[in-house]
Design a protein around this ligand. Structure first.
Ligand code: HEM
Length: 488
């Protein structure tokens, strides 16, 4: 996801520079085919708003044009933003084959590989989903839970009372350490150490603006040697691939049935035709999972810790609930805590880690709220605006976990993980991770926001990040109010 975000931003900046005057927006009821002629031009400040403060841009568009509006991006085809629950239902439950969305991610193929779940559509995509989903659900999660708590404990070992730290740097640390362990099952050996280091270097390099430019403009993708950005990326990718393929080969030779990491589980699975996952497919999915999981989870953790420490009533209620847990190793009980769950849900509602998921490109005509749309229409499920509909979420700009305790929302009113046949495969795992990390931190330490001034969300790829760096201070240990817990 981190990659998708970076490149989406590059695309907009480049479009902005070269085609500025043609940026237009118009409401849905003018009819899709008439949009370009009927729509009006946006001012330069509006364009800047879309680039930097997309939440404000979407708020303005929905209040002026409603739940469905079409934007003519500079130099691009019109894109219809959709946040009405019925329209979202129509799009997300359309028969398989009505939309494609993998083809739009082709630019990531040099990194993720041609058989990445993110790039495929139709039957090959469905096949991979069926293979990848099981390791992310059910009993398996218990094993990952222990890793998550241990790694969070390790991270906190460097904290001292009175010390302040950058919240984002801290929350990035968690998925960066947890995901490779869960996905690859990396252990103590030399190859594991190398693979971990090189994977991190690859993620960092691949999200740099320079590499973003190369991915966006295929003619720039020339291997001019190890000193050139693209050459460096290719060499690093090849080194990572060599290590992954060596790991796969060793595990095929010496299978260990008790392993619980996603690589090992995927190696054991077979599709409906009895075919195992090939080495290249394995490699492509593992890299894609890491790319999809890093930034989304760390952004959510950043916002969750911000809101909890910004609003004393939320923090108090949460601590009261967390203190009811006596067995810290019971990760299932922790994950079921209602107020903790509601806090995570509200975090992903108010500023979703991904405001706009994969673009849906219609392959056949389809119906949306009773209107017929032609093949070729481009639909963007607008998660952010769906989460800010006043009819569904009164005072949508206020952080209120209680909403999720008072009523249930439909998958078209609340959809932080997208939906339909592209619903995030890591959704259950991501929520589990966020809850356990919050629990582990809050049960150990008292933290304070160094600067409690209000914060505005700004663009962070397809999501929203705080507009300034957030410093947190470790002000003490957390003292339980009841039942003494035994830390294991
Ligand atoms: C808070 C954390 C996360 C959020 C908010 C999130 C959200 C999303 C969204 C909105 C999509 C697009 C869905 C659509 O277009 O309908 C997506 C896709 C995906 N996510 Fe996540 N995600 C998160 C964490 C993760 C993690 C931890 C992993 C794996 C380790 C992961 C793996 C994927 C994959 C593989 C896809 C592509 C699915 C497909 O193409 O079928 N995500 N995610």
């Amino acid at each position: 996801m981190r990659l998708l975000m970076r490149y989406a931003k590059e695309e907009r900046i480049l479009h902005k520079l070269s085609y500025l005057p043609s940026f237009t927006v118009s409401s849905f009821n003018q009819g899709l085919m008439k949009l370009t002629s009927a729509s009006h031009k946006l001012s330069f400040p509006k364009l800047l708003q879309w680039t930097n403060r997309p939440a404000d841009f979407l708020d303005t568009c929905t209040s002026r044009y409603g739940d469905i509006f079409t934007v003519q991006f500079p130099g691009g085809k019109p894109v219809t933003f959709v946040s009405h629950p019925k329209a979202l239902e129509d799009v997300l439950t359309a028969p398989l084959g009505t939309f494609t969305s993998g083809e739009g991610n082709e630019m990531f193929s040099p990194l993720m590989g041609n058989s990445s779940i993110m790039l495929l559509d139709g039957k090959p995509h469905q096949r991979l989903r069926k293979l990848i989903m099981p390791p992310f659900h059910g009993e398996r999660m218990r094993f990952y839970g222990q890793h998550i708590c241990e790694l969070t404990e390790q991270m906190m070992q460097s904290w001292t009372i009175g010390q302040s730290f950058d919240l984002r740097a801290c929350t990035e640390n968690v998925p960066v350490n947890v995901l490779p362990k869960v996905v690859f099952g990396l252990t103590e050996g030399e190859r594991s150490k190398q693979l971990h280091e090189k994977l991190l270097a690859l993620v960092n390099l691949s999200t740099s603006p320079l590499i973003a430019l190369h991915l966006f403009f295929p003619p720039l993708r020339k291997d001019l040697g190890a000193w050139s950005p693209w050459g460096r990326l290719l060499r690093l990718r090849d080194e990572v691939d060599q290590l992954i393929y060596a790991e796969i080969a060793q595990r095929r030779q010496q299978p260990e049935s008790e392993r619980t990491d996603i690589l090992s589980l995927l190696m054991l699975t077979h599709d409906e035709d009895g075919e195992p996952v090939s080495d290249q497919e394995l490699r492509d999915q593992l890299i894609s999972l890491l790319m999809a999981g890093f930034d989304t989870t760390s952004t959510a953790l950043t916002w969750a810790l911000y809101w909890i420490h910004k609003l004393p009533r939320v923090r108090e209620q949460l601590l009261e609930e967390l203190d009811t847990i006596n067995d810290f190793s019971d990760t299932r009980a922790i994950a079921q805590l209602p107020y903790l769950t509601a806090t995570c849900q509200e975090t992903l509602r108010i500023y979703p880690s991904i405001m706009l998921p994969f673009l849906r490109v219609a392959q056949t005509p389809f119906q949306m709220m009773g209107d017929e749309f032609s093949a070729g229409s481009r639909i963007w499920p607008n998660i952010y605006s769906a989460h800010h509909r006043r009819e569904v979420y009164p005072d949508p700009e206020q952080f209120k976990p209680e909403r999720f305790l008072e009523r249930q929302f439909s998958p078209y009113e609340y959809l932080p993980f997208g939906g339909g046949n592209r619903l995030c495969v890591g959704s259950a795992f991501a929520l589990f991770l966020i809850k356990l990390v919050l629990f582990t931190i809050l049960s150990r330490y008292q933290l304070t926001l160094v600067d409690p001034r209000p914060i505005h969300p700004i663009r962070h790829g397809p999501g929203l990040a705080p507009s300034r760096a957030l410093q947190m201070m470790v002000t003490g240990h957390h003292h339980r109010r009841s039942n003494v817990a035994v830390l294991t």
